[in-house]
Design a protein around this ligand. Sequence first.
Ligand SMILES: [Zn+2]
Length: 617
Amino acid sequence: MFGKSYRQIKMNDMLFTPGRGSRSPTNAVITPRFELNSSGSISPLVASGLGVRADGPTQAPSHNPNPQARDNNPSESATTLPPAPTSEMGTPSYRLAAAVTAPPGAEAEFLLVRQLPPTPPLGVEEEGEYGRYVDSDLYDLPSAPLRRLADGEPARPGVALAGAEAEGSLDLSRLDVPAALHQILSQLGLTNAMCGEWRLLKHIVEAEFGPDAGVNTVLIITSLESKPEALPDSCKWMSKEGARELLSDVKPGGTRIGPYVHVGFVKSELSSDCTAGSTLVSQEYPPGITLVPMKSSTLRPFRTTNLVVIQATSGTCASKRSDYFACGDALLIDPGCCSQVHTELADLVNSLPKKLLVLVTHHHNDHVEGLSVVQRCNPDAVLLTHENTMKRIGKGNWSTGNTAVTGGESICIGDQELQVVFAPGHTDGHMGLLHVNTNALIVGDHCVGHGSAILDNRAGGNMKDYFQTTYKFLEMSPHVLIPMHGRINLWPKHMLCGYLKNRKAREASILQSIENGAQTLFDIVSKTYCDVDRKLWIPASFNVRLHVDHLNSQHKLPKDFSTEKFESSCGTHFIFWWGVAYAQARSSPALIIAASALAAGGLAIAYALRRKNGNQP
Ligand SMILES: [Zn+2]
């Protein structure tokens, strides 16, 4: 995976990275000449009067916290989404995005399409419960999956690919550009005859967010020959100035502008690129917030932790307020990368202004492992964190004191304003951060870009806090969620309500198992997760313990359920029976014998220890 990481970095260096637009060839000519109805692979679902479903690269492709419900995952459902480009393991898929501008001489504007949240929408019953939370309208450049042609499949006829050679690794002749372009024009209610010459604007190589291979974007641009008399309801014209205002000065509940507009039209004017000149690959969105996924010792399926860098976009403090808790010229969040990339982290820190603030959302190693590098490069950097987090961070990571935060503090980074949000649940010292300018919420490990977050009961993580923090996030109506693992999420309501819905469903199924007689941790896990890969039963068992605690605190457990017996079944007893079940699933007699022997040894040790400690068996 490390080799892959460097291969991507090298590709990116040659092509487009945020802030390096000038390296991208902007004069490549793509002249599609195709019959609009000739492609059998075009999805009829892409264009609709209601808008265009967003399944693009910056929206987490899967964030279903319920492993059992994975088949019903909104963004994985093949029946409701246009066919996505198939990507082999480790091979990026592609997406085509298009900027269609007004005719020369007309007001300088481009066309946007309203995006739709991932399917399925919440049911009627759930809408009743979560109906007051809203994801506001999101507009972006139209885009469509860009299918890679199969080996031996001939290139689409009639598409000129001038300029593709200059793009090095981007071989447009192996991508079905005509089909993707057809989908895009359908979204806009246009035909290709109404468009002028198509040019390649940017090739965007996605940073390594994972867990799947990246989604690279080919961004093309054209001008209309004449302005259409009418547009579909889902489309509208937008000026660059209008987009810049909506992107950088966000009103809660207001119209949102998506990342393609930012990277295509606005970015170079607003941003300061903290990774320019380094080998790191980053993504900036919303403006002022840069994510650098860095290799870390995190739990699979992820391989990286997002280092978040906040920098001033215009350099001056826009606010007249004088009561900021802390001010700086740059803010780093969660420098958790592993030692293999500490040199790159040091380069990044050395490139930042010296008045540096550092915030860690919580103490887990994949969020603090690079702290010592930050301190070595900038001994004056100020560490902001919750006391419960600080007491778990070793001196080897940070040798001096911290500035304690409890939530509610305002932070000023030049013209950027942030607010600390106490967000317990994952741990008892867990913090989030609201980027006030863009209403983007940095959520730490409360949410992850794919799958569900695991709560750490050894560090005060608990389900009651987790639910409360999730509701708190919903009340804030953020425009974007930024997790520390995986991609950003453009549909906060959808994601957070999905988390609540799945947690509640899981808790109900655990209660059902208990009511049906399950008494031990293994009984409950094996009944509740019977259709889930047994490898996942161990992490699942952590959450089951927390759900049982939560049910107990709500006095929902049946009277004949013994919490003492349950607690005593959470150690070796669980591991023994899990080992047997796992070996059985693998149908391996040798594994069964080995697991039994191992577990029997473990039981004997546990029994001896209990006797020694005077505990009841
Ligand atoms: Zn964590």
